[in-house]
Ligand binder design. Structure first.
Ligand code: GLC
Ligand code: CA
Length: 561
């Protein structure tokens, strides 16, 4: 047994001093309200997660990232936080959080929590105090209040628009307005204020002290702002983005904040980790991933790419170079709670306008489900072979498709409401998981589910897939087990003598991954097949398939097997 498999199988808790665990971790994102409901109220909860730790251990993930579980009115799926140091009573208690954390750790699984620092919710005590206080008061200085334009301040301070649609300023009376880059229920904090900085360091320590191993930092690129008047117009904002001096996005001084956070992370042993959700172009990403900053940043390039070999190869090359530059490891993401699931993206013709497709309830164009599944499995197996960490989103291991035909009266995403229905939003990837093949919520809970579970999700249920070795779940389990056994150095060597539609590389120890993006089979390179994303005959790599091989003459696996 190798050292790595000991780590994976341990039930005695985590090895204490491993400060590099995150570099090549498989991190499984849980959207808590849709994962597992332990008490039948229709809302997934922390005891529900605790009850599925064995499932996560069998799946073979190294860490869990929990999307927000804090008290919230759910104006934006929990990304509107009322209190950063508590648990939503509908989801659990702090004691139940500790139980979940202990159960994960006992299974050898680390825990990452989501921190939402760009904005609080409008129900946060600070915002309530701000509303009750005078313009110019210290209470208002924690947020971004401005006097409106016009004689009585009746016009917004600028024409900026919010990410979910509508204006980015909300009036509070007396000619005063506050800034919200997202929903009106998400007032932006003023990060120039030392009190705000101190508050978040306290929150980071609060969770680190409770045994949390790392943090996912929401909207990490937007905290620092330059609101010197006169404020630029929306049209001016769009010009000169990504130079480090844009008023709202990716300002250079945002990294001063993360340098302070790094000091907090390093107070712990092993140091706490962080990954930035920073929607910035690749060449700006390394700053967030620097070891003096957050340490790692999401790379969403594959999530935005179409199914195309040369495109994938270029993205991989580029991101490995960026990782070398920053000293971080790379991150690979195909799905998360904000985008159409990759099994569905790949089932649609290239260039499909996903928003328009959702608006038509997914009717036109019709997804080719079989093709989507095939490509999704191939893309997943490819990314799992890459150096760096892989972020998986709950349900992708079941091959779940996007639910595009949720009726308007169940939708929750503020995108839908703020766009007056023009955009359907992100609920279709947040539908509760089907654990069982029968019952009104397919084992998610009892009778109720906060978003309806489609009846035909029975085909994807954990119960039905556990019985089928050819299932997507079985495939993920095999791939993750092999990866854990094979993963060593963070290098990759391209195989160059391959057709243009093929992406192939070898990792240390002779671990070879070959992806055929084309529609015709290509010859299988020599070696023993370890895992394949669709059935192989031993001679060729079928169309739209990834195969992992152990190259002959290499050490390690031959003896183990
Ligand atoms: C991030 C989250 C998204 C949320 C937004 C505002 O992009 O991933 O779900 O709506 O931030 O907090
Ligand atoms: Ca519940």
């Amino acid at each position: 047994m190798t050292a790595l498999s000991v780590l994976g199988n341990t039930t005695a808790g985590l090895p204490r001093q491993d400060a590099t665990w995150w570099r090549q971790a498989v991190v499984y994102q849980i959207y808590p309200r849709s994962f597992a409901d332990s008490n039948g109220d229709g809302i997934g909860d922390l005891p529900g997660i605790t009850g599925k730790v064995e499932y996560l251990r069998e799946l073979g993930v190294d860490a869990v990232w929990l999307s927000p579980f804090y008290p919230s009115a759910l104006a934006d799926g929990g990304y509107d936080v009322d209190d950063y140091r508590d648990v939503d009573p509908r989801i659990g208690t702090l004691a139940q959080f500790d139980e979940m954390r202990a159960a994960l750790h006992a299974a050898g699984i680390r825990l990452i929590v989501d921190i939402v620092p760009n904005h609080t919710s409008n129900r946060h005590v600070w915002f309530q105090q701000a509303l009750a206080s005078e313009p110019g008061s210290p209470e208002r200085e924690r947020y971004v209040f401005r006097r409106g334009l016009g004689e009585h301040g009746e016009l917004p301070p600028s024409d900026w628009t919010a990410a979910f649609g509508g204006p980015a300023w909300e009036p509070v009376g007396g000619g005063e307005w506050y800034l919200h880059l997202f929903a009106p229920e998400q007032p932006d904090l003023n990060w120039a204020n030392p009190e705000v900085r101190e508050e978040f360091r306290t929150t980071l320590r609060f969770w680190a002290d409770r045994g949390v191993d790392g943090f996912r930092i929401d909207v990490a690129h937007a905290l620092a702002k330059d609101l010197t008047e006169p404020l630029p117009s929306q049209a001016d904002l769009k010009a000169d983005i990504w130079g480090g001096a844009h008023p709202l996005e990716d300002r250079d001084e945002v990294h001063d904040i993360y340098r302070e956070w790094r000091q907090v992370f390093n107070e712990y042993d092993p140091p706490r980790t962080a990954v930035a959700e920073a929607w910035v172009p690749a060449h700006r990403r390394s700053r967030y991933a620097s070891p003096e900053g957050l340490g790692q940043a999401f790379n969403f390039d594959l999530l935005e790419a179409t199914w195309d070999g040369p495109t994938f190869a270029k993205i991989i090359d580029n991101n490995l170079a960026l990782a070398r530059e920053s000293g971080a490891s790379s991150t690979w993401v195909l799905s998360n709670h904000d985008v159409v699931r990759h099994a569905t993206r790949y089932a649609l013709p290239d260039g499909t306008d996903l928003e328009a497709w959702l608006r038509h309830d997914g009717a036109e164009p019709r997804p080719d489900e079989e093709r989507g599944r095939r490509r999704a499995r191939a893309a997943t197996l490819l990314t799992l072979a890459l150096p760096g960490s892989a972020y998986l989103y709950q349900g992708e291991e079941l091959g779940l498709p996007e639910v595009a035909d949720l009726p308007a009266d169940v939708l929750q995403d503020p995108t839908f409401f703020r766009s007056q229905g023009a955009q359907k939003g992100r609920d279709g990837c947040r539908v509760p998981l089907p654990w069982a093949s029968h019952g009104p919520t397919l084992g998610f809970g009892d009778e109720l589910a906060h978003l309806p579970v489609p009846a035909d999700f029975d085909r994807f249920s954990v119960e039905s897939q556990e019985a089928d070795p050819g299932s997507t779940l079985g495939f993920y389990r095999r791939a993750l087990a092999e990866r854990r056994r094979l993963q060593t150095g963070e290098t990759l060597e391209w195989l160059t003598n391959v057709p243009a539609t093929v992406v192939a590389f070898t990792r240390p120890g002779g671990w070879t991954s070959v992806t055929n993006f084309g529609s015709e089979p290509v010859p299988l390179p020599p070696g023993r097949v370890l895992v394949a994303s669709s059935p192989v005959d031993g001679r060729s790599v079928p169309a739209e398939t990834t195969v992992w091989l152990q190259s002959s003459g290499q050490n390690g696996t031959e003896q183990d097997g």
